[in-house]
Design a protein around this ligand. Sequence first.
Ligand code: ZN
Length: 174
Amino acid sequence: MSNALPDRVRPLELARTGTRMEGELALQGMDRLAPSLARAGEQVQVWLHFGCDAQNVRYIRGRVTTTLELTCQRCLEAMLFPVDIAVSLGIIGAAAEAERLPGAYEPLLLDESESVSLKTVVEDELLLALPLVALHDPSECRATEVLRRLRPEEGAREGRRPFVGLAELLKTRI
Ligand SMILES: [Zn+2]
């Protein structure tokens, strides 16, 4: 997939014509996301469909996928964080309309002829998908082994625990 996506689009016009688009966007230049990234070399794959549903909600639906490179807050090394986001934005003309949007939609506030930056829309989705704290799975984190060496007594205690239970069990069996 190598289609270049337009920088700015007019979602309401595209919804009227039922436009579909797909392509890639660079993570580079997403300035709000950048502080969370260890590296911003990746591309984001984007599929979007602009349309109008049976309840007359004009929407942007689609999918955004990429792999973010975050920094694990336990070992401070890079960790890969794949994201696959289902996009479902309901376009509203005033904040008050948000309450009337069906639950499947996140509100996107727009004036009738307003254009939006696709990169901003995609960056918003990625920001929402970020973990609260980026952490490797303990089995993949280098800090797990370091912590085990720093606190061996804790590991030993944990290691003995199952045998305590076993001894109890054997006692009752004998
Ligand atoms: Zn880690």
